[in-house]
Design a protein around this ligand. Structure first.
Ligand code: ZN
Length: 352
């Protein structure tokens, strides 16, 4: 599977030992806004219906600097497929998502990651629910193993105890586990553990990388990540959503838009978040700030576009293929400095 003699094809631990690893996420939101995935249930049927588009998005994120191709199996679990009445598609969706990601990863020498996530049925007072959660993770991780993934991501867990079950299932494969928690308005997991405490437990249970993904934007994720970094010795992950969450509205579900009265239900999440979108420079700043803290696994979650990932890569000193097209405003007709530019247009710049 991995060949240490080929620098293009080494595992997660070798890559982390050399420097930060970038993982682009956010496939659900990107394919929803492109018109190929339905908001609400948010099930990635698109991997069967339009596999070419999923492969293309993987390509775009690698082009922009992602070191990892994450199989689009987020919410491709038994509970979600039950919800949309397509349980018979469970295995085909998973196998297809893994095959699409594998083809792009292998072509570019990127890491291939399997993915499991919050099941929405975990209940700390119901041992039977925990058993079902475990079996859901086992079937998905089994398909990931057959696709020869380099590691497995367990993500977006707001119950840390559910994350611990995911970790246990991944650990049984012998592959590295990247486990990230989703922290809502209250800065604790749903069982009331601080993120730092939850990450300490995940580290003790054998996670390779621990941290946070989704839900919080850069500004409200950063302080939590700083405390996690101080609390664990293992690698730390930070993958915010690219939205301007703030102290009073720390999660993207909490954001309100007083400038717009046409948002269904008055809640911008998930389909009217556009005005809150962070620009690429804000994501670059977040990447720089967290890397300075000692965070080694960086990315962007729901809402991310390739321009955000390129900004993260460039903030870390990389020049991915997409950097060939990074801005050069010196040749802009009105705002540039190139000596061949038309002076009448340059003089008009202040009136644009
Ligand atoms: Zn997300």
């Amino acid at each position: 599977m991995s060949d240490a003699s080929n620098p293009q094809d080494r595992g997660l631990l070798a890559r982390l030992a050399e420097g930060p690893v970038i993982c682009a996420e956010g496939y659900l939101f990107e394919l929803e806004r492109r018109g190929y995935l339905q908001a609400g249930a948010f099930v990635p049927e698109v991997v069967l219906e339009h596999p070419d588009l999923v492969a293309q998005l993987h390509e775009e994120f690698v082009h922009a600097g992602s070191d990892v191709v994450e199989a689009f199996t987020y919410y491709a679990h038994r509970e979600k497929l039950r919800l949309i009445g397509r349980e018979q598609a469970l295995e085909p969706i998973n196998r297809q998502a893994l095959a699409l990601a594998a083809s792009v990863a292998r072509r570019h020498g990127a890491l291939l990651a399997g993915d499991i996530c919050n099941t929405n049925i975990y209940d700390p007072n119901d041992p039977a629910a925990a058993d079902i959660v475990r079996s859901m993770f086992e079937e998905q991780v089994g398909w990931a193993m057959e696709a020869e993934v380099d590691f497995v991501i367990g993500e977006t867990f707001s119950w840390a105890q559910e994350a611990l079950i995911a970790l246990d299932v991944i650990k049984a494969t012998g592959l590295p586990a990247v486990i990230t928690l989703a922290i809502h308005r209250e800065p604790v997991t749903r069982e009331g553990w601080t993120p730092a405490e939850a990450c300490r437990r995940l580290e003790a249970a054998g996670a390779t990388v621990v941290g946070l993904n989704c839900i919080r934007g850069p500004r409200t994720m950063l302080p939590l990540v700083a405390r996690i970094r101080e609390s664990v010795d293992c690698y730390v992950a930070a993958l915010p959503v690219p939205y301007r969450t703030h102290e009073a509205e720390p999660s993207f579900q909490a954001l309100t838009d007083p400038d717009c009265d046409c948002v269904p239900g008055g809640r911008p999440f998930p389909t009217a978040l556009d005005p809150f979108t962070c620009n690429r420079f804000e994501l670059g700043e977040f990447a720089r700030a967290t890397h300075d803290l000692g965070v080694d696994y960086l990315g962007v979650c729901c809402g991310a576009g390739p321009h955000h990932i390129r900004a993260v890569a460039e903030a870390l000193g990389r020049r991915p293929p997409a950097s060939r097209y990074s801005p050069d405003m010196s040749r802009h007709a009105f705002l540039g400095q190139d000596p061949s530019l038309n002076q009448r247009n340059l003089d008009y710049a202040s009136r644009l």
